[in-house]
Design a protein around this ligand. Structure first.
Ligand SMILES: [Zn+2]
Ligand SMILES: [Zn+2]
Length: 348
């Protein structure tokens, strides 16, 4: 009984279900029994890579979107108790640098991050039955928030932060590029007060249907001329803001064509490629280009939004499967016709 199931990443297309010893919490840590772990586009990205990346040095256990129950407290942990339901911020900041002192832990240059090898430190993630975590990373689940919802607090916080970057306020027009989990979550936050005109583009019809059901004013098939459609919808002016939530090549150039003069382009998708564009366009048209990476303390805000049912996220959870079927689930998600949005792996 001292071992547990763990889904271990050995490189692209190589995940293995293994027996691992159950860790014990060190000073300042807690042991949690993982109840639910959500598969992020980045986890899938690691699985689909052509070759091993510095971001995930095998062997590593992936998974940074999760919830669980505290089963043991390490020395010196006082603010939490056994039996408590929690989620966590996966960023492990240094706590001492310029950014950490300002609370901008997502920008800490010395950070590591759960389920990645960011910062040169491989930190095992949540695709296992038990894990230890520093207590400072934890957020108790509020009443009414299930373990499955708890596993989505991290991508919700990413999306909530991205939804606010470059916001022009009421009545602005926004184009969201990409209706995957992050794009759809951004849409939910933009629609929360229903005061904006939101267009959503994607190449998958079922995702566009979900965007429509979530209040998008127009959905645009990315296989068609999205720039022309947006120009049509905005009296040839362009949108106030574009949020790029899909890492497709060439998308940035199209965004320069669909944004109005003085508009703002926010990038949230992890885009790994480079692109060349005329800087004079940015200067002479007064365009702002903004990056949005992770979040600092926004789990608190999104937890409250979900607990108060100001947004509902059930429609994004398309499958719940046991962790033991993880390898099969990752292979299913690689299918090009896969219609899943968020898939959650659970432990009983
Ligand atoms: Zn993620
Ligand atoms: Zn720091």
């Amino acid at each position: 009984m001292n071992t547990m199931n763990a889904l271990v990443y050995y490189g692209p297309h190589d995940l293995r279900l293994e027996d691992r010893p159950i860790p014990s919490p060190k000073k300042g840590e807690v042991l949690i029994k993982v109840k639910a772990v959500s598969i992020c586009g980045s986890d899938l990205g690691a699985y689909r890579l052509e070759s091993i990346s510095d971001r995930w040095q095998p062997p590593i256990i992936l998974g940074h979107e999760f919830s669980g129950e505290i089963v043991e407290l390490g020395e010196g942990v006082e603010d939490f108790s056994v039996g408590q339901a929690v989620t966590a911020n996966p960023i492990l900041p240094c706590g001492e640098c310029f950014y950490c002192k300002r609370g901008e832990i997502n920008l800490c240059p010395n950070r590591s991050s759960i389920g990645t090898s960011i910062g040169g430190v491989t930190t095992d993630g949540a695709m296992r039955e038990y894990m230890t975590l520093p207590a400072y990373t934890l957020y108790p689940l509020m009443e009414g928030v299930s373990f499955i919802e708890g596993a989505l607090m991290e991508p919700l916080a990413v999306s909530y932060s991205a939804s606010m970057v470059g916001d022009f306020g009421e009545n602005e027009s926004v184009a969201i590029i990409g209706a995957g989990p992050i794009g759809l979550m951004i849409l939910k936050f933009l629609e929360m007060e229903n005061k904006k005109r939101v267009f959503v583009s994607d190449v998958i019809e079922t995702r566009l249907d979900l965007a429509k059901a979530n209040g998008a004013d127009e959905v645009l098939n990315g296989k068609e001329d999205v720039v022309a459609m947006i120009k049509d919808l905005t009296d040839n002016v362009g949108v106030d803001r574009v949020i790029i939530a899909a890492g497709v090549p060439d998308i940035f150039l199209k965004c320069l064509d669909m944004i109005r003069n003085g508009g703002r382009i926010a990038l949230v998708a992890l885009i790994h490629h480079s692109c060349e564009f005329p800087l004079m366009t940015v200067v002479a048209r007064g365009i702002s280009i903004l990056g949005s990476y992770m979040f600092s303390d926004e789990i608190k805000d999104v937890m409250e939004i979900v607990a108060r049912k100001k947004i509902v996220i059930d429609d994004l959870i398309t499958s719940v499967r046991p962790l033991s079927e993880g390898v099969e689930v990752f292979n299913m998600l690689c299918d090009k016709d896969c219609k899943e949005i968020k898939v959650i792996l659970t432990n009983d």
